[in-house]
Design a protein around this ligand. Structure first.
Ligand code: SAH
Length: 399
């Protein structure tokens, strides 16, 4: 094992042990009083209170903004059996949640949410795609890949190591196979019985928005019989669900021509040829054009990218959310459905609801919140780590 026994410890400043005692898994650089021992990025370290009490154990990256990611609050070794047990437990949870029924694409391991800091593993049929983004997990890449192989017997384990988090942890980007065969350019996966093409080499995240699976399923019945605008469509997953539920037509709107091509193919793959239209453009502008032209829709899905990656830009992000939601409300017929999301961790559900309130006022529409949505259940949120809850949404009726 590339790590095992602690090589040192981090001593917290006075009054900074409370979050650790409350099981928050991050030790921020501002909480660190001193390092003991010769600790290298990727080592196992103990976390001690200012008066030397043992609190927890985790993985170190002294130069990161989060210099320790806690992996256990018990005095147990962080070794190979530990890693296997965590991966195995993560898989057992997905089985208990019955996710693999009718669905071959799901998140197997979601970092802190599965008590596995630095490890994201997504299953796409016969392939597993991993994002390993701490020096500790970088060190035991081969072991993680071997364990995933033993757990799921995939054709291959593939690395999508091009996420921002890796850069922040000073790890080089890497995309490529880790074990077994390399995945084809396009994989076909099944979700709730529907089929989707996924590009794990170049697609967003690990290729597909697995976090929206439960929401696609819940939103679909509201879209039956409707003419739908699917804004920020990516590869058109909401469109395919809408069409299965009986939507008349769907316009997929995205800035990415490549995503729209896949969206078209996904519709065809599920027997909905001719029922989707692709519109390449900036949603902020296209929605304005629709408004000026007096267009109306029965239903609109708004699933924009993360507008607020940092605290500093939250205000701007809120303006952006208000702008598109206001426009969408204006474009809906009376009794129309708005399915709207924010995936900014920095924007709370309360803030997002406030945005909808302001947008409704400006649009002069009565808006009923019908359902509250969140990320799929394979992206759970530890109650001690609310930061893990980033995706929030609403199904609204606009009168
Ligand atoms: N709903 C999708 C995921 C959407 S991700 C799903 O379930 O699969 C956000 C998408 O918004 C990306 O495909 C990105 O290309 C697109 N995008 C980003 N900025 C945009 C803009 N200003 N106008 C239109 N699309 C945009």
């Amino acid at each position: 094992m590339p790590f095992g026994a602690p090589t040192g410890a981090v001593v917290l400043k006075p009054d900074r042990d409370e979050p650790v005692l409350r099981r928050h898994p991050w030790v921020f650089s501002g909480a660190v009083a001193q390092w003991q021992g010769k600790v290298q990025a990727g080592d196992v370290v103990d976390v001690l209170s200012h008066d030397g009490r043992w609190l927890a154990r985790g993985f170190a990256n002294p130069h990161s903004e989060v210099p320790v990611r806690i992996a256990t609050w018990r005095d147990e070794p962080l070794d190979e059996p530990w890693l296997w047990q965590r991966l195995h437990a993560a898989y057992q949870r997905r089985l208990a949640w019955r996710i693999p029924d009718e669905t071959t694409a799901f998140r197997l391991a979601y970092a802190e949410s599965d008590f596995l800091p630095g490890v994201i593993a997504d299953c796409y049929g016969d392939f597993v795609v991993v994002q390993l983004y701490t020096p500790a997990m970088e060190r035991c890449k081969e072991i993680v890949a071997a364990m995933l192989d033993e757990l799921l017997h995939p054709q291959g384990v593939f690395e999508r190591g091009d996420m921002d988090t890796r850069l922040r942890e000073e790890l080089p980007p890497r995309i490529g196979p880790l074990r077994g065969v390399a995945p084809p350019e396009r994989l076909t996966v099944t979700e709730h019985g529907l089929r989707f093409l996924v590009d794990v080499w170049r697609g967003h995240k690990t290729g597909f928005y697995l976090d929206q699976r439960d929401n696609r399923f819940r939103a679909a019945p509201y879209l039956a019989g409707e003419r739908v605008l699917n804004a920020f469509s990516y590869t058109g997953s909401f469109a395919v669900y809408a069409l299965r539920a009986g939507a008349r037509t769907v316009i997929n709107l995205d800035t990415s021509a490549e995503a729209l091509r896949l969206a078209e193919e996904n519709a065809v793959l599920n027997g909905f040829a001719g029922r989707v239209q692709a519109l390449e453009g900036n949603a902020f502008q296209v929605l304005r054009r629709f408004r000026d032209a007096g267009e109306q829709f029965d239903a609109i899905v708004l699933d924009p990218p993360r507008f607020a990656p940092t605290k500093a830009v939250v205000e701007n992000a809120l303006r952006g959310y208000k702008d598109i939601n206001w426009l969408a409300m204006r474009l809906l017929r009376s009794g129309g459905t708005l399915v709207t999301f924010s995936c900014s961790g920095m924007v709370s559900a309360e803030m997002f609801q406030q945005v909808l309130f302001a947008a409704a006022l400006d649009a002069g529409r009565e808006v009923l919140l019908v359902e509250r949505l969140r990320q799929s259940r394979d992206h759970p949120v530890p109650v001690a780590f609310p930061e893990a809850e980033y995706l929030k949404g609403f199904i609204c009726r606009v009168e």
